[in-house]
Write a protein that binds this ligand. Structure first.
Ligand code: ADP
Ligand code: MG
Length: 548
């Protein structure tokens, strides 16, 4: 772990003012420390020389003032640090979210979404300790320690030599312990990811597991993952306590050395009490910030491990976007004919289907047909910009190679309805603040959902609706978007798979009338009733099938 990761500063713009104000507060704190030591020394030596309380009163008053000022500075430091940490965290979190957004669902399908969720939630929260404790201490160390060592040097060079010789022990210990900790901390972070994704998987598949009577096997699996996490956490804690002990010991011994040398020289009279006391009061202050950096180092390490994952994600988003912006044209078109030229999706083991060349004309219904697994959904994924693909997708004659660019001109419903908690109307309008209820009703009617009341409540994962109802609500959502934004393309992946013949026929009527308003409607289906209503049929064939 590097002492201060420059990437954190690059990504977290708000970290800069936070560093500057931390430095200003550090300088003020150093002034307080020096004033405090000098005032105490003066009071003690004058009291020994026989000054009266009245004569000492101004010094005692200033002492109280300086103590109050230091308390105020510590308070302000904490406040600035907490605010700064909150800002940096939210900035980084937003950037990671943006990156995930720009890479799209294709990225989430390839990566473990539970890990991304942990990174955005707990991972970013772990940066609190980094920014609110570790970094401020680091700044204090850089400012306070050199000034104090210099003050000691000017007062008593022998003590300064002791401090200068022993001071590097602390960073050396820290580096040694840091090397040992880094691997352990990284491992803990990985195990936490395993734990979360294992838990999400188990929860998601619980119904299936129960039906097949296999739920007990998961208990064993969960137990082994949680045990791994517990052991890893204990390792981290052991490291952390051990390192605190080592740092405290090194600092205490160093201060003791200074104290012994001052004591001996005070006894043989070669050192004045004023100087000796002043230096003795300052010596622990030279070690204090460094010691605290060490102590906060461990608290910060989890955040750093999380930050590294966040940077990796941001970097991959940047390279993806850079590649895309180089390819895409100057102005994104928003209407016209959608055409494909040799489009093929590759998940890493060669293109899934035979490359597709086709045109989807406004005002027509095109059916994309082909056996299950032939690559129909993947083709839609390419058009949607969810998946990387070879070949060219054009709208109005202009290439849209960018997987990251916005597709404001299309509306889509996937094979799964993906409804969210709320009413049917909220689902159809997809969280719009000003819902057009007339349009919601029209979209539901066009989606053959005349029987569904728009005020019906939808629960988690579409509960409260039947499979066929949920499917039609999802289609109504795409139709609502098409009508509201004037989308030129409507893509529906197997829209009638959960519908009976009558409902299917009504839905097709609705879709034909949407097409009649000038929209290119593209349906993935292999049902005879759908193929019958098609103006054009595009057959997708799997690569293996072509080769065979
Ligand atoms: P269809 O919609 O025609 O049934 P898909 O487009 O969903 O077919 O899938 C086409 C092929 O691509 C299948 O062989 C499937 O196994 C594969 N495939 C789909 N999604 C992924 C993925 N995320 N990673 C790897 N292979 C995938
Ligand atoms: Mg499919």
């Amino acid at each position: 772990m590097r002492p201060l990761d420059p990437r954190l500063l690059r990504y977290a713009v708000s970290a800069r003012w936070f560093l500057v104000s931390g430095a200003a507060l550090g300088i003020a704190t150093t002034g307080c420390i020096l004033a405090f030591a000098w005032l105490i020394t003066t009071c003690v030596t004058r009291a020994i020389e026989g000054s009266t309380l009245a004569e000492l009163l101004p010094y005692l008053g200033s002492l109280a003032g300086v103590a109050l000022l230091r308390a105020g500075l510590v308070y302000t430091q904490d406040l600035v640090a907490a605010r700064g940490a909150a800002k940096v965290k939210s900035e980084l979190r937003l950037r990671v979210l943006d990156a995930v957004h720009s890479m799209g669902p294709g990225f989430l399908a390839e990566h473990n979404s539970a890990r991304v969720a942990i990174l955005l939630g707990r991972g970013m929260d772990a940066l609190d300790d980094y920014f609110s404790k570790y970094v401020p201490q680091l700044i204090l160390t850089v400012i306070v320690t050199p000034i104090i060592v210099l003050s000691v040097l000017l007062s008593d060079w022998v003590s300064a030599v002791f401090i200068l010789v022993t001071l590097p022990l602390i960073p050396i210990f820290m580096i040694l312990i840091g090397w040992a900790t880094q691997a352990v901390q990284r491992k803990q972070w990985t195990v936490l990811g395993d734990l979360s994704s294992g838990f999400v998987d188990t929860l998601g598949g619980l119904a299936t597991l129960k039906i097949f009577g296999r739920e007990h096997r998961q208990v064993k699996r969960m137990r082994s993952i949680t045990t791994a996490y517990r052991l890893q956490t204990m390792k981290v804690l052991r490291m952390s306590f051990l390192s605190s002990f080592a740092l405290e010991l090194a600092a205490s011994l160093s201060v003791a050395l200074v104290a012994v040398s001052i004591g001996l020289r005070l006894v043989d009279g070669s050192l004045a009490l004023t100087v000796g006391l002043f230096v003795l009061l300052l010596a622990p202050e030279a070690f204090l910030p460094l010691r605290q950096v060490g102590a906060n180092f461990h608290a910060a390490a989890e955040g750093v491990a999380a930050a590294e994952d966040a940077f990796a994600l941001l970097d991959s988003a940047r390279t993806a976007t850079r590649k895309d912006t180089a390819d895409s044209g100057p102005v994104a078109p928003s209407s016209g004919v959608l055409s494909l030229e040799d489009v093929a999706v590759d998940y890493g083991s060669g293109p899934v289907a035979h490359p597709v060349t086709a045109e989807f004309l406004p005002g027509t219904v095109t059916v994309v047909a082909g056996p299950s697994g032939s690559g129909k959904s993947s083709l839609l994924g390419a058009i949607l910009g969810f998946l990387a693909f070879s070949g060219t997708v054009r709208l109005g004659g202009q290439a849209l190679d960018s997987t990251a660019s916005e597709r404001g001109w299309l509306a889509w419903t996937g094979q799964r309805p993906s409804l969210s908690v709320g009413t049917v109307a909220e689902n159809v309008a997809l969280g719009a603040t000003d819902v057009n209820f007339g349009l919601v009703r029209r979209a539901l009617d066009l989606a053959a959902a005349q029987d569904i009341d728009e005020t019906t409540a939808v629960g988690v994962a579409g509960s409260g609706l039947s499979g066929g109802q949920a499917q039609r609500v999802a289609i109504a959502r795409a139709i609502y978007r098409t009508l509201e934004r004037g989308c030129s393309v409507l893509l529906l992946d197997e829209p009638t798979s959960a519908l009976d013949h009558d409902t299917e026929a009504r839905l097709l009527d609705g879709l034909v009338s949407v097409a009649a308003s000038g929209v290119a409607v593209v349906l993935v289906s292999h049902r005879a009733a759908v193929l019958e209503r098609a103006d054009a049929v595009l057959t997708v064939s799997a690569r293996e099938a072509v080769a065979a």
